[in-house]
Design a protein around this ligand. Structure first.
Ligand SMILES: [Zn+2]
Length: 243
């Protein structure tokens, strides 16, 4: 990965996704997107997410896992490859929920209105998705609904506001028109070349919100371990537990 470009940083360590010794290399100081594993191409938040999954659910290979909007790299590929009970979905506004997109092969699911039965999954995974949802509180409730008791939503979302209150960045009017509360902001989106609109700037109070709205106690797990290639800004992993 990226061997043709000159690395400004490299470190030999152990990748939690590859489960072997690798080299972590960066060609940019923004490690969040650029500290790449030579084995699986993952970035720090993906290794952090996988470390939390493997620690809390060492039997993850035997579990029923759903991932919304997988990025096609790192933890998503590993779960897809190693877990028979793994499934994934993407949101396509023009496809009926629950149906398969024949081009991509993915099932269409809207996090705010999932079509799965109650208590279907042991684990629900989202990676940098919850900052793009118009009604995130609905999504947290829906994810809680489809989780089995004892299961968890393990996810990443950048907590850019840190100790400041979470802020709505964009919302939907009653007429379904987008209201921009601040300068519009977009992140890369694997299923839309226009990118994904940022709707929330989350802070640490996200944990309180999920606990209150979805009745799922939520913890924020911060890992900083360069030997695991886990070092960057905004790579907290969140775990919300279905009681
Ligand atoms: Zn790796």
């Amino acid at each position: 990965m990226m061997t043709s470009e000159k690395a400004i940083f490299s470190h030999e360590g152990y990748c939690p996704i590859c489960e072997r010794n690798v080299e972590f290399r960066a060609n940019h100081t923004w490690f969040r997107d650029h500290l790449i594993c030579s084995g699986c191409g993952s970035i720090p938040r993906e290794r952090a997410l996988f470390k939390v999954i493997a620690e809390h659910f060492p039997n993850y290979r035997d579990l029923k896992i759903h991932e919304s909007s997988p990025g096609g790299r790192g933890a998503s590929i590993k779960l897809h490859r190693e877990c028979a009970g793994y499934s994934a979905s993407q949101f396509y506004p023009k496809i009926e929920r629950g149906n398969i997109n024949r081009t991509s092969g993915y099932r269409c699911e809207d996090l705010e209105h999932l079509t799965f039965e109650n208590e279907t999954f042991d684990l629900f995974i989202t990676q940098d998705v919850l900052e793009h949802i118009f009604h995130p509180e609905k999504a947290f409730i829906e994810i809680g609904r489809v989780l089995k008791s004892g299961g968890a939503h393990i996810f990443t979302t950048p907590l850019v506001n840190k100790a400041k209150k979470s802020e709505r960045w964009a919302s939907l009017s009653d007429k379904q028109e987008i209201i921009y509360h601040h300068e519009p902001e977009y992140h890369g989106n694997p299923v839309d070349p226009n990118g994904a609109l940022v709707t929330m700037h989350w802070g640490y109070d996200i944990a309180t919100l999920i606990t209150k709205e979805a009745h799922m106690p939520t913890t924020i797990i911060e890992i900083d371990n360069i030997n695991l290639g886990i070092r960057a800004e905004y790579i907290e992993v969140l775990a919300s537990w279905k009681l």
